[in-house]
Design a protein around this ligand. Sequence first.
Ligand code: GLU
Length: 884
Amino acid sequence: MRSEIVLVFFIHVCHTSIQKLKIGGVFDESDEHEELAFSYAVNMVNSLHPNANIKLVEKSRRVKLENTLEVSKAVCDLLDDGVVAIFGPSSQSSSPYVQSICDTKEIPHIETHWNTNQQRSLVNFYPNPYMLGVAFLELVRKWDWKMFTILYDDEISLMKVDRLLMADNEGYKIRVRQLEVDVSSRYRNVLNTIKRSGEKYFILVCSIEVLEEVLLQAQQVGIITDEYNYIITNPDMHTIDLGPYQYGGCNITGVRLMNPEHRNMIELAEKLQRMKMKMGLNLTYFDHFAAWKLTTKTALLVDAVSLFFETIRDFKLTKPFDVRNLGCDSTNNWEHGYSITNLLKTKSLDGLTGIVKFDYQGVRTEFNLEIIELAVGGLIKIGTWNVSHSVTIERFYSPIEIVQVDEGSLTNKSFVVITALTPPYGLLKETTTQLSGNDRFEGFGIDLIHELSLMLGFNYTFVIQEDGANGNFDRRTKQWNGMIREIIDGRADLAITDLTITSERENAVDFTMPFMNLGISILYRKPEPVAPSLFTFASPFSLQVWMLLGVAYFFVSISLFIIGRLCPSEWTNPYPCVEEPEFLINQFSLRNSLWFTIGSLMQQGTEIAPIGISTRMVAGIWWFFTLIMVSSYTANLAAFLTVETLVTSFKNIEELAEQTEIKYGAKKDGATSNFFRDSDIESYKVIGRYMYKHPTDMTADNDEGVRRVETENYAFLMESTTIEYIVERHCTLAQVGGLLDDKGYGIAMRKDSKYRNILSAAVLKLQETGKLTSLKIKWWKEKRGGGNCASRTAGGAATPLGLKNVEGVFFILTLGTILGFLGTFLELALHILRKTYKDTKRFKRDYMEELKFVFQFKKRMKPVMQIDSKNSNSSKHSSKKQSI
Ligand code: GLU
């Protein structure tokens, strides 16, 4: 129990002995980073010193810095709130107001921006402008420039380098030119003047807001080439995109106060990112690797809070600080203020911005600068500057080394990305305007790299593999060619196209996770529809069925004839009025039986109606049979008439390998031809051997293969994704058979590259978010003639049957009618022959008379021919008329 009381007492003592001191920050309303960095710094110092008797509490205001009234009011508010120090604002115009309030209230005022006006209460963490000028002049000396031009954007910038202006006393020829903005051409006019002047050495002094535009326009007018030299004085030059200027050979040097690749800077960037996320602020892609985007001002603020904390912690007081209301309306001032400011000036710190040390005036005259240079691959540190050692150039890195010294982050890295003009992965833009650089290209691969760069913050420049070779290992010379070779030799950092991941390539380079999956298949002409035959109408039944149908017809007809004769009910009285007839007749004569059966088969019926039970039974069964047969025929006929029959020369790779008529091949030295070369499957081996023996059937690229398929009897073995792309645009072509294997395309990079995981993760992310799918839809189905073939076959309306489909029926009809005519002539002849008793003369005369009568269409009554059995020579038509 006693020990618990002691513990509670101890906690109480500890608790009461910790004093919370508020510090105030005045920041720009448009820049959340400063406020966040301030808050981060306060939390950091508190957590780094858990046992300190002081804890800082941050109070901040975000205002329009140009509005001095607003700034002053914010400071007064903070003082009212009881703050013991003011940090900021980073503004040349409002700083004096804040400074004078702090002077009056005697509280420490800490700034982190360039300022020449130094009052008593002010401690400025920004390096002394004069000493910065000294550093630049020493750099000029180191580079052995005899003359140079100072390019500045405004007077304030020029004031920052007044030390350089004095250098003309030291024998330098100095020109000073302002970068005047022209509404139409922006800086281009003045830059063109500079170009014409022949000046080659420049000191570029401008704010970070305009630096990027100035450099871009300088490149456009042609003064960022290997003849030109620049020293950029802005210590935030690392925050802008310098990728486009890496390859021109232009000598661009600058300085920085902190190293964005330093662990502490990366940690700061990550913390800020997390804080932003917690606050629900928008994250940009760059926030993931924001260290390269952090400005010197932000880093200085963190250092300022750290050093202030140390100062206040070390301030020897017998009792806690006496913090009173120091509001602007009161006459109070802070008794410890000056003492703390003075103590702060004596302190030093090894912070994010290097050694922080002040002279007695609170000016940071001693500091270290890193000298940086733009090289292929990004900004690299090439040396240092400090007061005692002046400029020291330590070592030069080769671009390849740069890649090895960083920590795997891609932010602000610049990559040379090699691609081939293989549609749709890489294409030249179709435009009449002159394009340059990356702007010249478009395509799936180009978009993919762009998406990755947005996610990971790297810069890129596309170069083209002129021969379009992806990369093949020559087993004889043991050498790689194509893009793989470019990667191995370091001429390119990344390669993207339809670059298949193979085990052989994987031994030479690294690949990301596949961004697309595919397999080998065959591109060939679409199967052609067979022209419908004359007897298409007969197609619903096979020949066998037709023959059986004929047999059934005769069988049933004869059966009916016999059964009819057997069946007593079928023998009927021919004259119903005569009760006791002399003879009976039977309707099922052979002729009638045949007619009855065909009538029901044709669904027409006849006047003949069976009477007997047996004949009715046979008739019923025959009707049932015809019902089923006719229905089946009709149903099947619709399908035969509407569906096109296609003829395929081969249906799969095995059939292709077996035949000799169709030539085939693949892209030379591509993954597809290598697949057949190395395969263990017999039919694939056959294909591989054929390819080896027929080098002329191999193509230089996919386009040639497609051309050959269209114009020759040629099948092209290629990858399914590219087939998909082609059949969308070449409507006569199609994929034949399924996929022979299963593989993917990846982005290649140097072996053991530390970017592989990060790029792979980004590729997966793009896959998960559906970005890759939408890119595929864009480049396969929409752009450059996508959907061409789909639109042609769209609609799905039934196509009307052509004459070809039904001409057989017309043929049969015509044939039947002609046979009918012939039959009737024959019948007539038989009829007359029977009556003329083979008297040829009479036969001829009667036949002609009959024919004449037939064609006298007006005569509607026909006289009955009289048969004179005795006088067979005479025959005449009786006066009895036969109605017709
Ligand atoms: N994708 C293949 C390669 O990477 C090229 C095309 C092919 O061989 O079908 O080599």
